[in-house]
Design a protein around this ligand. Sequence first.
Ligand code: GLP
Length: 240
Amino acid sequence: MINKNSPLPIYAQLEEQIREQIESGILGPGDTLPSEREFCERHGISRMTVRQAINNLAKAGYLRREKGRGTFVSERKMEQQLQGLTSFTEDMKARGRKPSSKLLHFEIVPAVESIAQTLSIPKHDPVYHIKRIRMADGEPMALETTHIPANLVPGLTPEIATGSIYNYLEEHLSIAIDYSNQVIESVTASETESHYLDIPSGSPILLMQRDTFLKDGTPVETVKSAYRADRYKFVTVIRR
Ligand code: GLP
């Protein structure tokens, strides 16, 4: 199945074959990948070549390595709908996953220029600065940095921020969230992001910036969420 005369490098051919087996379901989440030696023997190729194919698939999130145990097929990526203005907590519950958050930072600070502008408040007005690791069944999914105007949202505490902020706004303060502007771009994980998200430094990240407003256009939050690109894909329905 490996064509040594092909212009496509051997590692790329092997990579493609393994990827196809994963995408077609021949290899399912949690399955063990054959050992490097088995691939070498089966195809008569070098260990370096096999390693390169496996490395690329691990970087792309198809495979995960566990020290001393072997290489496994990763869980399927979560599909995140782009149509609805939903919270992380709602997204996880809708999938039957248990949401939780680890609070890394919670402080009321004077708004710097850029944040004040985005939130349409005077510079130095108090804002909550919140940093959370968002998790599904205990596994880190996203690192989220949130700024919220403190005068608009009284009484937010670290305990509340460990749960759902949207739930607090809507259920406790009766603040009606109306719409968001959202931008998604691809970046690579910084040292900090890779540390908190438990992924190799330089891994792909989907950076989602969301500015959320009330009906009258008052900004209620500005959020940067760094989602693991190996665990997430964004999907949407488009019509013509
Ligand atoms: C998502 C959005 C954030 C929003 C958050 C609220 O993660 N990307 O912009 O602030 O949901 O989630 P929760 O209500 O669970 O705190």
